[in-house]
Structure formats: C-alpha cells, structure tokens
Design a protein around this ligand. Structure first.
Ligand code: GTR
Length: 409
C-alpha cells in the first residue's frame, strides 16, 4: 500500500469538508484520526470474564461466544422474552414471472399471536426463476412502505431488486415498523407489546431486537421456498437497519453474511472512540429510547465501562461473513470507527481459521477491501444505501456463498 493522502482538517471540533479529487486523480483515502483523539482500551474478545485467555476454537464455541452474546443481551440490545414464539406465515399474493425480471414475486404475511392478540407484518419476496435454488438476501427495510409493493420500481437505489436478481440472488424485504413501530410509544402495537412479560427488566428487548427477530422470521419462510437455498442466507440493512442486520446475524447462525450499511453507533463502530461529530451512546438513547435495552442508557458518557464494544458484536458472526459499508460524509456514523470494528474483530476470525480483514489500513474511497470472512468499503457521498454499496455487497456474497469469485484486493 502506498502513502495516505490526508484530506480532512479538524477546526475547533468541526470536521471540514473533504477535498474533492480532480478528474483522473487516484481514489482518496479516508482521513486518519484527528490529533488529540483520546486513546482508549478495548475489551479483548479473546479473554473470558474470568480472565482465561481463549486460544482454541473449542473454547470460543463452548463458552466465550455464549458469554459475549449474553453480554450484548444484558447491556446493549436486550433479550427476546422466553414467552416469544415464531410467526405463522402464508403467501397472500403471487405473480407469475415477467420476462423483464425472470422472477416470481410473492407477498408473504406473517402473524405473531398471543391469546387473542396478534401482530401482522409482510415481506415482499422476489426469487429468480428457471435456476437452481438461489441464495437469498433478507432486506431490513426502514424507509417507506412502498418497498412492499410489487409495483415499486425494482431498480431503485435502496433495494435494487433487478440487480440482485440478475446476480442470481433471491431477496425479501420486510418493513420494520410493521414488526415493531419505530417510536418511543409504539410498544403496544408491535411484537414487543405481545411479549412484554419482562418490560420492567433492564435487559428487556428493545426495538432493534424485535426487528432482528423479524429478520429471522423472514428467514424461516425463505428456507421453505423451493426457489431458495436456505443454507445460503444473507441479511442486509442500512443505518438503524444496519445495526439490526449485525445483531440478527450475531444471534441467528443461518445468516452466512451480514451486509451492514452506514450502521454507526450501535452497529459496527467502536463506541469508545470519541471521534468528534459522531453519535454517542447518550445521544442515540435520547433520540431513540426504544431501540436498545434500559441498561444501555446507563452507559451514557461512560462507554469505557461497558463490558463489550462493537468489534465483539462483529466477532459474534465469525467465521461467517460481515461486510461493513461506510460513506465518506457520514461523520455521524464515524466511518473509521466502523472500519476499526472489523480490524478488532479479526483475531476471532483468525482463531476460527479465517484471515479476517487482513490489514488495518483503510482502503481508498470507492475501492472495496475483501479479506477472508470480513469485508469493507467506503463510498463517496452521504449517509444512504446506494447501488454502489449493493454491488460491493453482492461481490462479497459471491465470495461468501462460493459463487463466481469476485475480484478483491
Ligand atoms: C439517525 C440515528 C442513527 C441512524 C439513522 C438512520 O438519526 O442517529 O443512529 O440509525 O438515524 O437510521 O437513518
């Protein structure tokens, strides 16, 4: 790797605009840490709570992984109550394949029930036709309800269905707010309202846990569709959906890949990194008090006391794949902090026989970096999920699911 080009200046805590490269110029590197960034010490994913060093894969599988998962339930996301069940699903609408899409479209309706109360949510599912069972990507959708319509333009940026199908993947989107409303007062209307037995507990589930539960229910249905290869499932999401995708893959080992877009605080980034301009534990809990569990709120401005940091959330997916995507102008999500989440998860991948990211140097903007089990890209522009992000995720999916080898660095 050659030298870095430094193009960000920090002036009185304000991040200045990035320099725009001239046409034909080499891609830029993202800025290094600003001067004066306070140092921090991360908890070691490979040291158990009792101080034992984890040096063999069996130790990870027999105890340390479960311990870390439990720490995330206790201190960050909360746990799905023991009373919670799955959801019953049925296909409520289906359309014949069209020549333009070479696909079948289905609307699947899920019903979660407790006694005489129920919550209904839907997935919009596209599967390629005339091909062997395809790997599938569950899309955690957190924008407009329009995404569930069969008539939605299938090549819109946020969920570019035509591109995904053309690459040989099935894909299913569900709308998060049908599972659990994205509002502090929304609990009674979502699945957390059905299963609220532990509502007074500090580790009771937050909305992101409910959405992750929803992603797993969509996976349940996909595994039963004849056009889908249920052994090759990915989960993808943007921003609050990206946080959820990572937490879903950490818990549900059926997901062989998590595509974690612009996930920031509570997603891939390192909470202890006090990068100016980032979202903090205090800010996120003030703005979105329903997302995490009650105990997480107590870590406002004392991130250093958390028994975990988010490299350990990534490590929970090991040796399965995680691809983290950042956007250059998405300072709120701290792109370098997101990259470092992968760097510091790498030792767990190595323990489990994979190379991990393979470097601690950020790649240039617009040039995805694919290691073994971990991948990263940073794209020019703002907080969003765009076709460019999807193309990088699909290349990683090809690597993860043994399809056509993608060119990576
Ligand atoms: C922001 C929030 C972020 C991110 C984003 C989104 O307002 O602070 O953590 O999740 O919303 O989901 O678009």
């Amino acid at each position: 790797m050659t030298t870095r080009r430094h193009s960000t200046a920090l002036v009185m805590g304000i991040v200045a605009a990035m320099a725009v490269p001239a046409v034909g110029e080499e891609p830029r590197w993202f800025a290094p840490d600003p001067p004066g960034l306070p140092p921090y010490t991360l908890p070691d994913p490979l040291v158990a709570a009792d101080g034992t060093r984890v040096t063999a894969p069996e130790q990870w599988w027999s105890s340390r992984r479960a311990e870390v998962l439990e720490l995330f339930r206790q201190h960050v996301f909360g746990r799905v109550p023991a009373a919670a069940t799955g959801a019953v699903w049925r296909v409520v609408e289906e359309r014949d394949p069209t020549p333009a899409r070479a696909a079948k479209w289905r609307r699947i309706e899920f019903t979660a029930r407790r006694g005489d109360r129920s919550v209904v949510f839907h997935a919009s599912v596209f599967t390629p036709t005339g091909a062997p069972p395809a790997p599938a990507i569950v899309m955690i959708a957190n924008r407009t309800n329009e995404i569930l319509s069969a008539d939605r333009p299938t090549e819109a940026d946020f969920w570019p269905v035509d591109t995904i199908l053309s690459r040989g993947y099935a894909t299913a989107a569900f709308m998060v707010r049908e599972v659990d409303p994205d509002r502090p007062d929304g609990r009674p209307r979502g699945v957390r309202g059905l299963w609220d037995d532990d509502a007074d507990q500090p580790d009771d589930w937050g909305t992101l846990s409910a959405w992750a539960w929803g992603a797993s229910r969509v996976a349940d249905a996909l595994c039963r569709l004849p056009e889908v290869d249920g052994t090759r499932l990915a989960v993808a999401g943007h921003s609050r959906g990206g946080k959820t995708a990572l937490w879903a893959a950490a818990q549900d080992e059926r997901f062989g890949l998590a595509c974690v877009n612009n996930s920031g605080c509570g997603g891939a980034n390192i909470l202890r990194r006090r990068f100016p301009g980032r979202e903090t534990v205090e800010i996120i809990n003030r703005g979105f008090p329903h997302w995490f569990n009650a105990r997480f709120k107590t870590y406002a401005n004392r991130e250093n006391e958390l028994p975990v940091d988010h490299h350990m959330l990534i490590a929970l997916v090991a040796p399965r794949w995680v691809h983290v995507g950042s956007a250059e102008e998405d300072i709120w999500a701290d792109p370098r902090g997101e990259f470092l989440g992968l760097v510091h998860a790498s030792p767990v991948y190595q323990l489990l026989g994979r190379r991990g990211l393979g470097t601690d140097e950020m790649p240039p903007i617009g040039r995805p970096l694919r290691g073994d089990g971990l991948a990263y890209h940073i794209r020019a522009g703002r907080h969003n999920l765009m076709l460019e992000d999807w193309l990088a995720y699909l290349d990683t999916a090809d690597a993860a699911f043994g399809r056509r080898r993608a060119a990576g660095r």
